[in-house]
Design a protein. Sequence first.
Length: 134
Amino acid sequence: ASATPASAAPVASATSAAVATVTPLPSFSLGDHYLQKSYSFQSEKDLVSEQFRVDNPSWGIDINILPLNDDLQYCWFEMTVTNRDTGQKETYGYGRSYSYEKHQQFPMYVTGPYQVDMKGNRVKVDFTAAKRNP
């Protein structure tokens, strides 16, 4: 009988955790930088592509978004992070179908050459890719 409540609890917490992960984001401090730049996206045609090499499996991406319009429906940002060795891609963003959280962090775990393709509209983005501090 004690096994049933124990197995039922994780199911409930997993469900609520999946819903809650939209708001509380991972938090970590960054060390040595692989890439740190600011970008301004004024129109949907603005595209930026950057490449960098990661030599530590404990790294992360940190973005800070500054909307450049009072009407947030026009402000959005999307980035696709591609490991150029494996071809694996992850896409993150702000606005539209993504969170409106202005500060976001994404822990990453694989070394190698990376490409980040970014696009957006009416936002300024501070982008940092760096080692995660222990």
